[in-house]
Design a protein around this ligand. Structure first.
Ligand code: ADP
Ligand code: MG
Length: 613
């Protein structure tokens, strides 16, 4: 007797639910897509406990006929496709006919709906078991409620995170959808609190302002590019408004949010030379492509799409980003070395080459700190100088030479053991960007921003721990216009912020006022600090972080924004203080992002390069 059987429908649905319904945010996304396909003017979303206990999506769209209701929860039942060819030209967000069937299997689902011509009706399904369709008076359109997601499946329920984390994902799903459809009104309510109330907007910038705050939206740069039937619209942030995460990067093809490595790459390329490693620009990007040149049926949750001509899109996106940034001065210190035969650039180019060599040397030393450097022939060679051909009588291995050097009294090190001498290290600033220090071991080149950021971070942490953080009240409190979700976040973490010296108070709506800052951050605008805090804490919420991590992210935000930048010219006393500070904080060797704060060109390496050995 054969052992293969066709699976019962409920098992098939459960399996599909594993792909489509991962967490409350997936429910929000699927229900929103269904609502949007019904061509509504308004969609209202209600969420409780991050969506674990309730997700409700109400639209005023076309509605469902009572006789269609039982079909809506059947797998592979859809009103959006008839024949296979339809898959080539999908104009709706849904088409798989899977979502409601999957959701119904893993929750208690209640659908109420009325079309313009029919009577209202209701259908309830609990763990896949339907109670049948009953008449019920209701408004035009559809309301879908999902109660107790995975309530009857402890194994899956256990995978849900805290309500705060689930909320962070669910609100992201809402946000993406609201961004994709500026012409439709939306509202979002969480735990009985209205988080967003978005009226139909007449443009993308308006919707962005409603979601993220007017200050952010007004600063975005805009560009469009077109090539035949393909268009790209970009609204992008200025390089100085960079953030630590890519949370404010939103990509749409038509009205569908998507992720794509190649498009992301084009964006990074467009910002090249304008951002520090690890920093991300703000990007809102919309592609307009004919339905035939994009395949949306490659991912169960439809997050990824496949383009017929990815190369062309890459070029267009890159062009759009470059056009948007055109006319902005690249900060002199960050100018990419490719702008033609002008003198400054040439000198920067050679400086860059020298530093590349220094980095090689430094990295080799870092990789092999305890043991002597390996005898690699070309590791530390400045690229402009061709490596020496091996000499007939091989020199002793480098580590032996190093030993020898160490025994010789170094001319530079004559007073080097004296701590007083270390205090008086000679240091100066180059290119308004680097500090160069003569040390016992050689020449240290310091990235002024990276070092200052690290030092500030360590100072803040020390003072916070010892209760000696100096707080500076603001004579004129700074008013900041936030997005509702950023407002909620700042409010929730107001205690930690206050502890770190940033006192924030509500000012009505989603506006806050900042009344104090830690004295250490000087004149850094509160708005810059808060933007950084919001981005970091949102990322932390999504990952689920404890209080200690929240404090740490706040300190990182402060030090990152308050640190001197490349291009800031420093006075000699400032240079001296900064250079001395690095001895007080041993961790100052790396900035908080893990980038090196300094590179060492060792004397031995210099001697070797200049053939003194
Ligand atoms: P799909 O969206 O892929 O068609 P779903 O399982 O999400 O599959 O939905 C099944 C069907 O239920 C849809 O094709 C649609 O006809 C109907 N439906 C679901 N939600 C709504 C809604 N909010 N308004 C109108 N019809 C809906
Ligand atoms: Mg659907």
């Amino acid at each position: 007797m054969g052992r293969i059987q066709t699976l019962p429908t409920s098992v098939i649905n459960r399996i599909a639910a594993g792909e489509v319904v991962e967490r409350p945010a997936s429910v929000v996304k699927e229900l929103l897509e269904n609502a949007l396909d019904a061509a509504p003017a308004q969609i209202d979303v209600t969420i409780e406990q991050g969506g674990i206990t309730l997700v409700r999506v109400v639209d005023d769209g076309s509605g469902i006929e009572p006789e269609d209701l039982p079909l809506a929860i059947q797998p592979h039942a859809t009103s959006k496709l008839r024949v296979a060819e339809d898959l080539d030209q999908i104009a709706t967000l849904g088409f798989r006919g899977e979502a409601l069937a999957s959701i119904a299997e893993v929750s208690r689902l209640v659908i109420r709906s009325r079309t313009a011509t029919g009577a209202g009706s209701r259908l309830e399904v609990d763990g896949g078991v339907s109670s049948g369709v009953a008449p019920e008076g209701c408004g035009l359109g559809t309301s879908v409620e999902v109660h107790q997601l995975f309530g009857r499946i402890p194994a899956r329920r256990a995978f849900l995170r805290t309500p705060a984390t689930e909320w962070s994902h669910a609100s992201e799903a809402f946000l993406r959808t609201a961004l994709a459809h500026p012409g439709i009104g939306f509202s979002l309510t969480h735990n009985h609190r209205r988080v967003h109330q978005l009226i139909a907007a007449d443009g993308w910038r308006q919707r962005i302002a409603d979601l993220f705050g007017r200050q952010l939206a007004d600063r975005l740069l805009e560009a469009t590019e077109a090539d035949g039937d393909v268009t790209v619209t970009a609204l992008v942030g200025r390089p100085e408004d960079d953030l630590p995460s890519g949370r404010l990067q939103h990509f749409f093809v038509g009205c569908r949010p998507f992720r794509d490595r190649s498009i992301l790459h084009a964006v990074q390329e467009g910002y090249r030379g304008r951002l520090l490693a690890g920093r991300q620009p703000i990007v809102f990007l919309r592609l307009g492509v004919p339905p035939l040149s994009v395949d949306v049926n490659v991912h169960p949750a439809k997050m990824e799409v496949r383009f017929r001509d990815p190369g062309r899109l890459h070029r267009l996106v890159l062009a759009a980003i470059r056009r948007a940034l055109l006319g902005l001065d690249a900060p002199p210190a960050l100018r990419p070395p490719a702008a033609g035969p002008d003198k400054t650039v040439a000198s920067e180019e050679s400086a860059a080459a020298g530093l590349a060599a220094a980095e090689v040397i430094w990295q080799r030393q870092l990789a092999d700190d305890s043991t002597p450097p390996a005898a690699s022939g070309s590791g530390g060679v400045i690229p402009a100088v061709p490596p020496l051909p091996p000499r007939p009588s091989a020199p002793p291995p480098a580590w032996e030479r190093d030993e020898a050097t160490r025994q010789e009294p170094l001319p530079l090190a004559a007073t080097g053991g004296d701590p007083a001498r270390l205090q008086a290290e000679r240091a100066f600033q180059l290119h308004d960007r680097y500090l160069v220090v003569e040390t016992r071991a050689g020449i240290e080149v310091i990235d002024q921003h990276a070092l200052h950021e690290r030092v500030l971070y360590e100072q803040l942490r020390d003072r916070l721990a010892s209760g000696t953080l100096e707080v500076q009240p603001l004579l004129i409190p700074e008013r900041i216009d936030l997005s509702p979700s950023a407002h909620e976040l700042v409010e929730r973490h107001a205690g930690v912020l206050a502890e770190a010296g940033v006192r924030v108070e509500a000012f009505g709506g989603s506006t806050v006022v900042v009344r104090s800052k830690p004295a250490l951050v000087g004149r850094t605008p509160a708005a810059a600090i808060i933007a950084e805090v919001v981005d970091r804490l949102a990322t932390l919420d999504a990952a689920g972080g404890d209080r200690r991590m929240v404090v740490d992210e706040v300190l990182h935000s402060l030090s990152c924004r308050a640190a001197i930048k490349a291009g800031d010219s420093l006075s000699q006393p400032e240079v001296d203080t900064l250079v001395a500070d690095r001895h007080r904080y041993p961790a100052a060797r790396h900035c908080p992002h893990g980038r090196p704060t300094s590179l060492l060109l060792s004397r031995q390496e210099l001697d070797r390069q200049f053939r003194r050995t």
